[in-house]
Design a binder for this molecule. Sequence first.
Ligand code: S3P
Length: 168
Amino acid sequence: MSNIVLIGFMGSGKSTIARELAKKIDYKVLDMDEDIEVAEGRPITEIFAEEGEDYFRDLETSYLEKIARMDHKIISTGGGVVVKAENRPLLHEAGIVIFLEADVAHIMKNVKGDTKRPLLKDENVEAKIVSMLEVRDPLYFAVADVIIQTSGKSVKTIVKEILALIES
Ligand code: S3P
């Protein structure tokens, strides 16, 4: 298998699952947001504030193009990577695409108090998540090779499910 690509909404657990999965298989974790921040020399909040979302989406596209030439990586993507149409085939080129599906309650628990996600800076975070999920969930489902329901499950259980899938 070339790479394992984790997609899903903000707070669905992509980074945590990536790290825990990497302890079980000989794959290295790449965190897309972190790598973009390092390459840009500024945090995502600043990239959004100074350049706007479209600029950030273009950075994601360039990143995916690089990933497609790698192997044995677990890639924790940013939650909005599916929004730009051009990114969707690139996700497939990069490897097996696993959608970590999460419900609003699960997401709310994980993003509570967060200040690093510019798109969740809203008076009513829950309503914002609901409306973003309406747009994004169909895209995640369409792009995914595999769907893992994460709500109410432990990280250990989710990792076990992923291992069973990739080892079958
Ligand atoms: C975004 C999700 C974030 C980050 C940026 C935009 C989004 O990543 O890429 O703030 O559009 O959903 P996480 O999913 O890791 O929070």
